[in-house]
Design a protein around this ligand. Structure first.
Ligand SMILES: [Zn+2]
Length: 440
């Protein structure tokens, strides 16, 4: 493969920055955290929302052939029988008889030694462990009331295919997009927000006439690859890897992963799958509902084939952070800067008075309140201006506006750009329009 990942400690630096600046905290931190779950703090929630919004913008807003959906996390249990998840969404697990540790059989070292205690040949036979979280709906905890937390948002889209198609009057090719939480009881979560049991997905099911499946598959692999490049992932850190036939999901005739060069190696960012007519056919069978599409022009009935680009919001946020993180020397000082794409930056503009002097306060708050309806802003008055610039640099704020004593005379302010650190004098009367233009 192309380039090997960045220096191995880049992960540690990003994790430290996330904690230090309130992007990501361990869940239930005051109780010592909880099992690879994470909370997004004030800046992290903005970053992740921007990642999801950038996806939605390109997948829904900028297209005339994709609409949105927000389906429930809890669904009819029959959905997961129809989808194949009850029968096949599982990992093979073995236990070490010596130390009782549990492992995925396909993750064991070739030596056959237990990764925990080193004993050889101490494993039980493999058992299938279903990855869905099971719960009960209503007060009675019996099988009749069992339900699952969805392991993917896709099924919410398939079961709404007819509702959406008829109410939106869409003809294949068209897509339904959804962003939402999914849950998988992963045996080995880890690598910070890369693999977690509760995670957020951005999925789009694109319904096409059966013969057009391969064409649209190629289209979406390319489009999704380009989306990451457009949003700041360097071309050398991203690759498209077609799945081998033995790793294909039960529903797929072809899948390609878009992989990113994480510090520990190449890993999945997004998968684009050809789900064929598997899901709609299964749901038609299990629900008794006719899920054919009738093409009036050709007079044909057919079950559309589906191309699915499925992406994690959390691991994308991590990839953007890793790619954006940079340290450089400026006049003998270390500068940490997140070179995030403007669309993804948590804070767009920081409005900073040069000092706490009262004379500067009215102009500062006037600019801040004029920008606030349009852009996420921050204002920060404490500390030397250089240190305040650094604080904004390390969370990726693209622009700082500085109100100084000259502003009282010339009615202008300084706008500083994050990456070049170049400063431009702009009239106060123009500064709101100028900054809004930078984000168009
Ligand atoms: Zn062991």
């Amino acid at each position: 493969m192309a380039k090997q990942p960045k220096q191995p400690d880049s992960m540690e630096r990003v994790v430290n920055l996330c904690k230090r600046r309130g992007l990501v905290f361990p869940s239930s931190d005051i109780y010592g955290g909880f099992r690879s779950t994470w909370d997004y703090g004030p800046l992290g929630v903005l970053l992740k929302r921007n990642v999801k919004d950038a996806w939605w913008r390109s997948m829904v807003q900028l297209r005339d052939d994709v609409v949105g959906l927000d389906s429930a996390i809890l669904m009819h249990p029959r959905v997961w029988e129809a989808s194949g998840h009850v029968a096949t969404f599982s990992d093979p697990l073995v236990d070490c008889k010596q130390c009782k540790s549990r492992f995925r059989q396909d993750h064991l070292p070739e030596s056959g030694a237990c990764p925990n205690c080193g004993t050889k040949g101490s494993f039980t036979e493999a058992r299938q462990f279903n990855l869905m979280f099971k719960t009960h709906v209503g007060p009675v905890e019996d099988e009749a009331n069992a339900a699952y937390l969805r392991p993917e948002t896709a099924q919410g889209i398939f079961v709404n295919f007819k509702n959406v198609q008829t109410t939106s009057r869409l003809k294949p090719p068209f897509g339904i997009a959804q962003v939402g939480k999914s849950f998988r009881n992963e045996i080995t979560p880890g690598n910070f927000i890369f693999r977690t049991r509760e995670f957020e997905q951005r999925e789009m099911e694109f319904f096409v006439p059966p013969a057009d499946g391969p064409k649209w598959f190629d289209y979406w692999v390319q489009a999704r690859h380009d989306w990451y490049i457009e949003h700041g992932i360097p071309e050398s850190s991203i690759t498209v890897r077609p799945h081998d036939t033995d790793e294909l999901s039960h529903y797929s005739t072809g899948t390609s992963d878009i992989e990113y060069a994480y510090p520990w190696g190449w890993g999945e960012l997004e998968g684009i799958a050809q789900r064929t007519d598997f899901d709609l056919t299964q749901h038609a069978k299990f629900s008794g509902e006719d899920l054919n599409y009738f093409d009036q022009e050709s007079g044909e009935h057919y079950v559309p084939h589906v191309i699915e680009p499925a992406a994690g919001a959390d691991r994308a946020a991590l990839a953007f952070l890793l790619s954006a993180y940079d340290e450089e020397e400026v006049n003998g000082d270390k500068r940490t800067v997140l070179r995030l794409h403007k669309r993804l930056a948590p804070i767009k503009v920081a409005v900073l008075p040069l000092s706490k002097n009262e004379q500067l306060a009215p102009i500062t708050s006037e600019i801040a309140s004029k920008l606030r309806p349009y852009l996420m802003i921050d204002s920060d008055v404490s500390g030397a201006i250089g240190r305040r610039y650094r604080r904004q640099d390390e969370v990726g704020t693209p622009y700082c506006v500085t109100v100084d004593f000259d502003s009282l005379e010339d009615s202008a302010v300084t706008v500083r750009e994050r990456d070049s650190m170049q400063q431009t004098r702009i009239p106060i009367a123009d500064v709101v329009a100028y900054l809004r233009e930078q984000f168009d």
